[in-house]
Design a protein around this ligand. Structure first.
Ligand code: BGC
Length: 272
């Protein structure tokens, strides 16, 4: 019997420094081939970013059909496809209908989702939050702090708890991993002085059953997680930096359905 073809999605992650994309095997939650990465244009205006997204979306013709929907992560509030904030991205995105812009640029159906929300979906389907019921909080520690809240696996979008005001500061300006670099803090100092304060406040308000830590630093979580004393278990993301692309690809296929099969394909099963 011929091996069955995996259901494939396409995901692209728009970040402050890079735009990355890959075709995703939705059975496994893994990339079918290595992702490709391009530098984020400067300035990162909507038109310039859309050009790069279109180039990446077309880069995998052997793995993903031209009709496959595209899931895209973006580092800001995305309300029904429209960017509503711009903490660490070009201000001209605010008010842009990102879904329409990217659909026009790529010729695909496009689902745009906040980057932390996409990562939480990836971790829930395939990673550290797999099949967990109750309240799961995912936090991504990077340039800023992204957050996502899942309740019995359902996403409450655009939570933005990285911008809680704590001790008179926007929390991400005190506790993101970029702050650790910028201020030259050791992992222990960052964990004990900054992350502990941040997660204490988050726990006091949300009472999560599980906290998942994503972002680049999830790779080296053993350097700082052991210093934290919290009520909920706190664990590193399992998909590491692939979670956003995987989660966005899932969401796009869930919303629009898989690629329309090419009816001309030899040996295709003609029965519905
Ligand atoms: C933004 C969030 C984003 C996070 C991580 C924050 O500054 O407000 O929307 O998820 O950074 O990129």
């Amino acid at each position: 019997m011929a091996p069955s073809t995996p259901e494939v999605g396409l995901g692209i992650d728009i970040g402050g420094s890079g735009i990355k994309g890959a075709p995703v095997d939705l059975g496994q939650g893994t990339f079918l081939v290595d992702r490709i990465k391009r530098a984020t244009p400067r300035p990162a205006t909507p038109a310039a970013v859309a050009g790069v997204v279109a180039e990446i979306a077309d880069a995998f013709p052997e793995h993903v059909a031209g009709s496959a929907p595209l899931g895209v992560t973006f580092p800001a509030v995305i309300q029904h496809g429209v960017a509503r904030s711009a903490a660490n991205v070009d201000a001209s995105w605010v008010g842009t209908d990102a879904e329409k812009l990217l659909a026009d640029a790529t010729g695909r159906q496009v689902y745009v989702v906040n980057d932390a929300d996409a990562a939480a979906v990836g971790e829930h389907r395939y990673g550290a939050a797999r099949d967990i019921r109750g309240v799961v909080l995912l936090t991504t520690l990077g340039t800023g702090i992204g957050t996502a809240l899942l309740v019995d696996g359902h996403l409450v979008p655009n939570t933005e708890f990285g911008h809680l005001e704590i001790d008179g500061h926007d929390a991400e300006t005190r506790a993101a991993s970029s702050v650790q670099d910028r201020e030259g803090l050791s992992y222990e100092q960052w964990a004990r002085e900054r992350l502990q304060r941040y997660y204490d406040e988050v726990e006091r308000l949300l009472w999560p059953d599980l906290i998942v830590v994503g972002g680049g630093v999830s790779r080296i979580a053993d350097k700082f997680l052991p210093f934290l004393r919290l009520n909920a278990p706190i664990v590193p993301a399992e998909l590491r930096n692939t979670a956003g692309i995987v989660g966005a690809a899932c969401l796009a296929v869930e919303r629009f359905g898989p690629a329309v099969p090419d009816l001309g394909t030899q040996g295709a099963d003609a029965q519905g």
